[in-house]
Design a protein around this ligand. Structure first.
Ligand code: NAD
Length: 565
């Protein structure tokens, strides 16, 4: 065993461990992953601990990152773009409550912290984005397509999300951004969207010409902005579900179907294919079933990430959290009734039955993993709570979405407990930071590679192309074939935190606090020093921590990598 290294990471915190090394190009870690294998012998369940040693390496140079938003002129598109510009240029604006400053509240990477460890009796938290180098949202270069030709200032006004004064401050930055012309296959969207489709190419079906246009748009954006990479994200309207045919099964049949103008290839599938062929990660922020087998095959073959489906912003986020709480408390949810009404263009599109159906499906599966995790509460085969989802379009409320939920659970001795929630929130202000997180995490995972310890360095590869680590941010998470689908809020969050920790050689957060339950505090006492107490000299234990008196935020973002053996 080599002696522990003491290193200062360029973009993050210091880690002192023999399991991590920093060099100019990579952060390299060794990680002993442990899990439990289950076998059965008759009625006996046998649990066997198993482990696997991984090597991770994370490229330190983030590079210049571009984002292309499909539906950039929509409420989400203009909100995310405006928020980045407001943060980047440090704009302030006046409201009746005084002067407002921009922030990234609601973003997992920008506004949440993670437990790093203990300092004497204190838990020390750092921003999640301090664990590994991540792109700063202010540095993202944004462009996108929209079927509506309004510039982004006009479409931001149409969205009615930001205060008037902020809109005016953003005007000089937003009015010069114009959406690229897009493809529009009217059968996939609600009929009520046709009036805004004035920025579209001819042709109502998939075709190779359209595919080449989209590929060229991505190429041109990348070249003209000198970008290292581009991520494409669908934030356009919800499409009806695509009726899969044999053509959707393989990459070859899908490309042939595009060439022969097959009507059942959706717009979102065209964007996904274009992005993947250009080597760009593609994220689906709406509920439709874009990712057919042909697209999955295409992404896997090229090692390109895909993630979906449907931003998890409001009601479903609470559901994944509340169900986790109820079921893990031993209470049995029997009925979940969710009403929504909203008045933005998303609501208008969802007011037609086929598009609503896509949303209903993505909102409905969110409780399944938690229900199947507890066969004490749900003991009958396929037993589930009644789960009803209703969405209504009420133009007056605009982007201010109302969600009303009733959870009725069976409690001790068959008593009933009913929880009723009323949630009012600006829809796009919840979705925009999630869009940023999806981009930031996807970009990060493009720089993380892994191999098994015994394998040669040439064997480093990226994660599975279905990027399930994004599940925390998505209503109906896409997972690789045979992988368990996790919706439970705290499991999803823990997975992200612990994978990031593994990449800097730290153990997972276990929340056991065993040292305090056993009185074994010596764990943190690494040095005895002499200190003066009221003129008398007394020996006191003191932590060996060179940054002890420094605010934890000041130890991040060091410019130089220092290796102090
Ligand atoms: N909280 C949220 O806002 C939230 C949460 C989860 C999912 N979503 C999903 O995100 C999507 C966007 O929501 P929004 O509120 O921004 O809707 P929106 O209607 O305001 O914006 C969508 C934009 O997409 C454009 N568009 C439609 N088809 C297009 C195409 N083929 N090419 C390019 N642009 C196209 C429209 O013109 C519009 O500007 C919706 O599907 C919605 O269901 C939103």
């Amino acid at each position: 065993m080599t002696s522990p290294k003491h290193v200062i990471c360029e973009d993050a915190i210091e880690v002192k461990s023999e399991n991590v090394e920093f060099n100019n190009e990579y952060i390299e870690s060794t990680y002993d992953y442990s899990t439990t294998k289950i076998t059965r012998n008759g009625n006996t369940i046998i649990a066997t601990p198993v482990s696997q040693v991984y090597n991770f390496r994370t490229k330190r140079n983030v590079g210049k990152v571009g984002v292309m938003i499909v539906g950039i002129g929509g409420n989400n598109g203009t909100t995310v773009t405006g928020a980045i510009l407001a943060n980047k240029h440090n704009l302030t604006w006046e409201t009746k409550d005084g002067t407002m400053k921009p922030n990234y509240f609601g973003s997992l990477t920008q506004s949440t912290t993670t437990l790093l460890g203990m300092e004497q009796n204190q838990e020390i938290y750092v921003g999640l984005n301090k664990l590994l180098p991540m792109v700063n949202p202010n540095d993202l270069v944004i462009a996108g397509w929209d079927i509506s030709n309004l510039n982004l200032y006009e479409s931001m006004k149409r969205a009615k999300v930001f205060d008037y004064n902020l809109q005016q401050k953003l005007k000089p930055y937003m009015e010069n951004i114009k959406p690229l012309k897009s493809i529009y296959y009217s059968d996939f969207l609600a009929g009520n969207q046709s009036s805004r489709a004035n920025n579209v190419y001819n042709g109502n079906h998939a075709c190779t010409e359209h595919l080449n246009i989209l590929r060229n748009d991505i190429k041109n954006f990348k070249e003209s902005n000198n970008l290292d990479k581009v991520i494409v994200i669908w934030s356009a309207n919800t499409e009806r579900m695509c009726q899969y045919k044999d053509e959707h099964e393989t990459e070859k049949s899908l490309l042939e179907a595009i060439e022969s103008k097959e009507e059942e290839i959706s717009m979102s599938q065209m964007f996904a294919v274009a992005a993947i062929l250009e080597g760009c990660s593609y994220i689906n922020g709406s509920p439709q079933n874009t990712f057919c087998n042909g697209i999955m095959e295409m992404a896997r073959k090229r090692g390109v990430f895909i993630g979906g489906d449907d931003f998890k912003s409001g009601q479903t986020k609470i559901k994944s959290c509340l169900m986790d709480f109820l079921v893990s408390s031993g209470l049995k949810p029997e009925s979940i009734v969710s009403y929504n009404h909203l008045g933005n263009n998303d609501g208008k599109n969802l007011s037609e039955a086929k598009q609503f159906e896509s949303k209903k499906i993505s909102k409905s599966g969110v409780v399944d993993d938690m229900v199947t995790s507890n066969n004490i509460l749900y003991s009958k085969e396929n037993e589930k709570p009644d789960h009803c989802v209703v969405i209504k379009y009420v133009p007056f409320v605009g982007d201010s979405k109302r969600a009303m939920d009733e959870y009725t659970s069976k409690i001790f001795m068959n008593g009933l407990n009913t929880i009723v929630l009323h949630n009012t929130c600006e829809d796009s202000l919840l979705a925009a930071p999630i869009i940023l997180d999806l981009i930031i995490l996807t970009e990060l995972f493009e720089r993380i590679e892994w191999k098994l310890e015994h394998e040669h360095a040439k064997c480093y590869k990226t994660f599975e192309s279905v990027l399930s680590v994004l599940s925390f941010l998505l209503k109906a998470p896409l997972v690789a074939k045979d992988a368990p689908l996790v919706n439970a809020f705290f499991k999803q969050r823990g997975s992200i935190e612990n994978i990031l920790r593994a990449c800097i050689g730290l153990r997972p957060i276990n929340n056991m606090l065993l040292e305090y339950k056993t009185g074994f505090y010596n764990l943190y006492k690494t040095e005895e020093v002499e200190v003066n107490v009221k003129n008398s000299t007394k020996s006191m234990p003191k932590l060996l921590n060179k940054n002890k008196d420094i605010n934890v935020n000041t130890i991040v973002n060091e410019q130089q990598m220092v290796d102090i053996d």
